[in-house]
Write a protein that binds this ligand. Sequence first.
Ligand SMILES: C[S@@+](CC[C@H](N)C(=O)[O-])C[C@H]1O[C@@H](n2cnc3c(N)ncnc32)[C@H](O)[C@@H]1O
Length: 263
Amino acid sequence: VTDAVDAAFRNSAPQWFRARTTHEYDVVRQRVGRDVALERARILDFGCGELPVAAASFALRHPASSVTGCDVLALNARVLESSLREHAGQPVPSNLQVLQAPPNGFRWTGEPFDLVYSWSVFEHIPSADIRTNFALIRDCLAPGGVFFFQIGGLYFHTSGSHLGSVFPDEPWHHLTRSLDELESVVMSQPMAQDARLRLWRQFVELNRLTAEDFLDAAADAGLVLQSHENLRDKAHAPPARLLRSHTLDALVTSEIRAVFRAA
Ligand SMILES: C[S@@+](CC[C@H](N)C(=O)[O-])C[C@H]1O[C@@H](n2cnc3c(N)ncnc32)[C@H](O)[C@@H]1O
């Protein structure tokens, strides 16, 4: 690890930037660092976002690696450049390339990847397309390569709606309130109308799959599970009415982290 770069990320002031440049890297390294030589690896960030600071953080820490990011959204190159410069004093690294592909449309013709990771992506993919996207990832893994899969906001958890900022003190709001009530609270938020609409659209598009559903779909696509961990949040006790219609495990499982290899 390039120590000065790592320190610049860890000491950066904005919480969002510090989190995106340290948390993903730390978790991925901890889970796959023994299987993949990150110092000299071909890495894909699948669903890197329009502002791929996490992918940039891998590339800047490991200048002899090559990092590719892909997303259905276009890269916001101007804000990526200014964020890296202002918050960490770093340039956009030359070993990072970012590609845009339509849903289900990522086709990789380059050298296969030693590591693919996806972070908070698959809950946003329609359930009918989940297997296809796992297969796209399987197809671009090198022999012996690994896929690290993470979702931090599983749907049935307290704030699996991704509306936690709107309902900060109301766990499981999305399972206890009517859609009409949820929509009217979102639409009365003090924010620009297009931001309200984006937030609402993101909620209604969530695929509502559980950790087990994702593991099944990955296996179906030919990915072989090496290890996995479900993180459970026991801070809140689910209301009795939800326990009549949902399993306790689905209601408290907030995050899944799994490592796969191609079959
Ligand atoms: C919550 S963001 C996460 C971005 C980034 N991984 C991070 O953790 O900051 C989800 C991302 O998944 C992308 N996405 C949704 N469907 C996708 C698909 N079918 N293929 C690739 N990316 C997709 C979205 O455009 C969005 O950038």
